[in-house]
Design a protein around this ligand. Structure first.
Ligand SMILES: C[S@@+](CC[C@H](N)C(=O)[O-])C[C@H]1O[C@@H](n2cnc3c(N)ncnc32)[C@H](O)[C@@H]1O
Length: 288
């Protein structure tokens, strides 16, 4: 039964009092403050049409990266620190299981990651019985150079697209024709490089348009920034690929609210969860 604080259906007797975790709300979105693992338990099963999760990548472990030409430590926050491979995997499995329960059979989940976490996510999904639909590679033409010069430049992120169950007929929503039309009439591929500001779209070898997509533009950071903010164009593509208008979208690691900005701008409803007040304040500003 849906309660007054929520745009989503919540359990009749939830273990956590969700209402006391509302950070902000509007007609078509709600932000909750708290631990996703605990809060997800309070939603009815089969509630959400789409979940986008950009979880901790466990990157902040004393390494260095290059920012604006300078060597800086990778320190995104305590939430991004690895607790060791077993504990990290237990955490990943727990939140994926919670997401699986609240996804509609027609819904899908997208999980982004780099090599630090994505194999962990993929293995957990296979064990939990998700059906892996695609592993999309997002190419970042403006990726930071590699400082050690002992590796190739890390310039992609993987986004796993999956449905909650692997048995029986495929039930998930996929706006195949819209994606094909967006790709100049050619079947859209699993390598995405959406447009760089001001750049022309290029047709290569008759395969459809190649899109270049950078990390978030400065205009996406006018209200402040999050250390791992995703570009709006990426989330718009995801929302448009697999939901209808008025669909209910969840982001259990909402950060600066990019998923909410994309979802609401496309006429979908949004539920975001984060445990950090500063990030929730940023999301609220961005959602207006
Ligand atoms: C990788 S960031 C998400 C960034 C987001 N996609 C954006 O565009 O801004 C992960 C977020 O998850 C939050 N977080 C980490 N563990 C959490 C947990 N157990 N429950 C709720 N939020 C959590 C962190 O505070 C952080 O903002």
């Amino acid at each position: 039964m849906s309660s007054s604080h929520s745009v989503a259906r919540t359990r009749a007797n939830p273990s956590t009092d969700l209402a006391s975790h509302v950070y902000a709300r509007s007609r078509d979105w709600v932000l909750y403050r708290g631990d996703s693992l605990a809060l997800l338990e309070s939603f009815e099963e089969h509630t959400f049409d789409l979940i986008f999760a950009d979880p901790p990548y466990f990157l902040s472990n004393g390494g260095f990266t290059c920012q604006g030409g300078k060597r800086v430590p990778v320190k995104k926050g305590d939430w991004d620190t690895s607790k060791g491979i077993e504990d990290d995997h237990a955490f990943t499995t727990a939140w994926l299981k919670a997401c699986q329960r609240v996804l509609k059979p027609t819904g899908t989940i997208w999980v982004s990651g780099t090599q630090h976490v994505i194999f962990n996510v993929g293995f957990a999904m296979q064990k939990l019985g998700f059906k892996l639909l695609n592993t999309v590679s997002w190419y970042k033409p403006n990726a930071s150079p590699n400082l050690a010069c002992r590796y190739f430049t890390h310039s992609t992120e993987i986004i796993i697209w999956a449905s909650p169950g692997s048995k029986g007929k495929l039930q998930h929503t996929f706006n195949y024709q819209d994606m094909k039309a967006e790709n100049g009439g050619k079947q859209m591929r699993d390598v995405w490089a959406l447009p760089r500001p001001g750049e022309e779209e290029i047709d290569t070898e008759g395969q459809g348009r190649i899109w270049t997509m950078t990390t978030p533009k400065p205009s996406e950071k006018v209200h402040g920034k999050h250390p791992t903010q995703k570009p709006i164009a990426l989330l718009e593509r995801i929302v448009e690929a697999c939901t209808e208008e008025d669909a209910l979208v969840l982001d259990p690691f909402c950060g600066s609210g990019t998923t909410g900005v994309a979802a609401t701008s496309k006429g979908r409803r949004f539920v975001g969860i984060d445990m950090n007040d500063e990030y929730l304040a940023l999301t609220k500003k961005r959602l207006g």
